[in-house]
Design a protein. Structure first.
Length: 121
């Protein structure tokens, strides 16, 4: 039996602002944007190369905006990934290196926190 994680809800305050950040700055693919009603809008975005997507929207979660504290993306080249995000206008930290690999951190406009990790082999 396989259990595949394919979608993570990210609570945001402004759906269009979140789309602009994730698509235009973070470089995620906008897969789906559907307004069901005035109370429900579902937006799915996927990081390039990832089998797991995120969902932002209106009426999809009761979690307060900015309360996703530990979203993580794994990259092959932390320096190139950092440079790409910084070049797109994302406020990223400097690279930190340790026994668990190398990390870069950033947040979306609501404060949902992300880390990039290059795993040490």
């Amino acid at each position: 039996m396989e259990f595949k994680l394919e979608l993570v809800l990210v609570p945001v305050s402004d759906v269009d602002n979140a789309i602009a950040f994730y698509r235009d700055q973070a470089g995620f693919n906008l897969d789906h944007d559907h307004t069901v009603s005035d109370e429900l809008r579902f937006v799915q975005l996927t990081p390039p190369g990832s089998p797991c997507s995120i969902a932002v929207g209106k009426g999809i979660t009761e979690a307060p905006p900015g309360t996703a504290p530990g979203l993580q993306l794994v990259v092959a080249d932390i320096d190139a990934a950092r440079a790409e995000l910084a070049g797109r206008g994302v406020a990223v930290t400097e690279v930190t290196r340790g026994p668990g690999g190398a990390f870069v951190y950033f947040a979306d406009p609501d404060g949902n926190r992300w880390s990039l990790q290059q795993i040490s082999r």
